[in-house]
Design a protein around this ligand. Structure first.
Ligand SMILES: NC(=O)c1ccc[n+]([C@@H]2O[C@H](COP(=O)([O-])OP(=O)(O)OC[C@H]3O[C@@H](n4cnc5c(N)ncnc54)[C@H](OP(=O)(O)O)[C@@H]3O)[C@@H](O)[C@H]2O)c1
Length: 240
């Protein structure tokens, strides 16, 4: 049985990733939610679809105590973590052009999208080390790609998401730093972008369904020991 934890899985891409993974043979999913009511409702929704190998775990990625308690819960119940998906994320208050954005907006976005993923990963590393093929996915965005921002094809609609973009670039740097530290080990550590997906994060402006977005995350969550590590991925490689 592969044990999975997905943060921010009570809705959107995280919930759909939980659904797709739990439908696969041999996966048990801890559905992370910072809120009990929303977490339990998400589990009930999956249960009603016949998906029973899921359990809610309370985790607020900005709260180290909550992260430690989630780690204790997973350790006590499963003893191991095979796949960690750092999915929890926020867009942040807008407008957020970098020259003028309120610094607190920038800090808030980094607190969830960057520090949240780092401190969650640090807490769960001892449980991941117990896995035969530990996988970490940081759910990133093409807005985190410096290559895309500096290219001629840069989307002008990204102008209003500077804080978010910077936080995802930092998340990508974390992916690479950790993959480099753990290179030549059994760990597979990648950033994955789901693509522009209709969720609450973008007031459902995204052009993909959550099923389409989550499938990219699932593909790289179930990679074997020969899968990539230290990469930014979607259909294939996304330029850093
Ligand atoms: N949608 C897109 O087009 C798109 C594109 C590229 C990347 N992404 C990334 O995909 C991930 C999922 O986003 P989404 O589009 O599915 O957005 P969403 O529907 O707004 O879901 C975000 C999830 O993150 C949770 N969350 C926020 N802050 C949290 C915290 N401090 N601790 C724990 N959970 C927290 C939310 O919980 P609550 O319900 O409690 O708020 C919710 O479950 C994000 O990392 C996002 O940046 C999305």
């Amino acid at each position: 049985m592969n044990i999975v934890l997905i943060t921010g899985a009570n809705k959107g891409i995280g919930l759909e990733t939980a659904r797709q993974l739990a439908q696969g043979e041999g996966y048990f999913v801890y559905l992370g939610s910072r809120d009990k009511t929303r977490g339990e409702a998400a589990v009930r929704l999956l249960n009603a679809e016949g998906i029973t190998n899921v359990e809610w775990v309370q985790i607020d990625v900005t709260d180290n105590k909550s992260i430690r308690q989630a780690k204790e819960t997973v350790q006590a119940r499963s003893g191991v973590l095979d796949i960690l998906i750092n999915n929890a994320g926020i867009a942040g208050a807008q407008p957020q052009r970098i020259a003028t954005t309120d610094i607190q907006t920038l800090r808030n976005v980094f607190e969830t999208n960057f520090f949240g993923a780092v401190q969650t990963t640090q807490a769960f590393l001892p449980l991941l080390e117990r896995s035969a093929v530990p996988v970490i996915i940081n759910v990133s965005s093409e807005l985190g790609s410096l290559a895309r921002h500096s290219g001629a094809e840069r989307n002008p609609n990204w102008d209003n998401f500077d804080a978010y973009s910077c936080s995802k670039t930092a998340l990508n740097a974390f992916t690479l730093a950790l993959a480099n530290q753990l290179r030549n080990t059994k760990f597979r550590i990648n950033s994955v972008t789901p693509g522009f997906t209709a969720t609450d994060l973008n007031q459902h402006q995204g052009t993909q369904s959550v099923a389409e977005g989550a499938k990219h995350i699932v593909r790289y969550a179930i990679i074997g020991p020969d899968g990539p590590t230290g990469k930014f991925l979607k259909d294939g490689i996304v330029p850093w």
